[in-house]
Write a protein that binds this ligand. Sequence first.
Ligand SMILES: [Zn+2]
Length: 199
Amino acid sequence: MSFKVPYSHLRRLANQLKRLPGIGERGAWRMAIDLASSSPRRARDLAKALIAVTEKMALCGKCHNLAEGELCWICADPHRDNSRICVVEDALDLFFIEETGAYKGLYHVLGGLISPWEGVTPQSLNVRDLLERVKVGVKEVILALPSTLEGEATSQYVARLLRGRVKVTRLGRGLPVGVEPEFTDPITLRESLRSREEV
Ligand SMILES: [Zn+2]
């Protein structure tokens, strides 16, 4: 579905917005209409924020979390427990786990999940450098991936790669099947971190 509105500027904006994750056709048009009805100043502020975030931010050279310098704020923190690495799908899941306050180790952001349907292969994930990272003083790798089909396939793949090199655990049963870590509440997430089990 695409609306047959004759205004090309509006259509161009809606087309850009619907490429963003979690924004459908309807949501994209709602935002485009809202912006088209607001002041140029508000649009300029939004445009500046968009440009700044792409120019000033990059991926952490160690864990692939978002960073403003070479390392993210977690990898740069000398007080984190560097004997543990928690593997997550994306930075959003990392933010959620940080929110619980129950984890003081490091992270490794895969940048996706294995999905043959969407053409995501194990080679396109940030896995190779995880193998390098576990060589230096790491005692445990915690898999905090969604319990969806893709999440399970990715967990099994990573666990197989790490077998014999380091202890591998996964989030405990607090997480309902099919639910992504990011969608659960902090208390459940904290509990599932505490009750993690070896794989
Ligand atoms: Zn980092």
